[in-house]
Ligand binder design. Structure first.
Ligand SMILES: Nc1ncnc2c1ncn2[C@@H]1O[C@H](COP(=O)(O)OP(=O)(O)OP(=O)(O)O)[C@@H](O)[C@H]1O
Ligand SMILES: [Mg+2]
Length: 147
């Protein structure tokens, strides 16, 4: 799937968000991979907007994790993780990670999932982003969620 502007990315992220269904086994996890500037945070902004978040969503690069409360949505919380600065799973564990994973009402979107090591279960929906032109990004979905 190719998106040709930031706004198209927002629309695609909204479409993705609408298709998500909470799972009774635990949190819904989404792993967002791709290089710097590939559009991972732009995608999270679109998901957040579609789920009614009015706060300004910025990349949690230094704080690692930001939690947004959702009102009247299928999820109660949108959790945005930027694992860029993480060194393995131990740092996520101290953030109360195990409890966050258990709650079916959590939607967890993780940038730089490879930095989170084994903390991110393999059941995560995989979304890969690629820079394919100045204003163009290519998105590929893998796993549970299909285009
Ligand atoms: N089609 C597009 N989709 C998404 N973003 C786009 C697009 N075209 C241009 N951009 C711009 O590309 C940048 C994408 O940055 P973004 O922060 O989303 O990347 P990132 O993958 O989160 O990078 P990082 O790994 O540094 O966190 C933004 O400045 C955005 O405005
Ligand atoms: Mg980012």
């Amino acid at each position: 799937m190719i998106v040709r502007s930031f706004n198209e990315m927002q629309d695609e992220a909204a479409r993705f968000a609408r298709g998500l269904l909470p799972r009774s086994e635990g949190a819904t996890l989404v792993a967002l991979s791709g290089d710097l500037g590939a559009g991972k945070t732009a995608f999270v902004k679109g998901v957040a907007k579609a789920l009614g978040v009015v706060e300004h969503v910025t990349s949690p690069t230094f704080v690692i994790m930001k939690i947004y409360a959702l009102e009247g949505q299928k999820f109660n919380r949108l959790i945005h993780i930027d694992a860029y600065r993480l060194k393995g799973e131990h740092h996520l564990k101290v953030l109360g990670w195990d409890d966050l994973l258990k709650d079916p009402k959590n939607l967890i979107l993780t940038e730089w999932p490879e930095q989170a090591g084994s903390a991110l279960p393999a059941s995560a929906i995989q979304v890969a982003f690629r820079y394919s032109g100045e204003d163009e990004r290519t998105i590929s979905y893998e796993g549970v969620y299909k285009e």
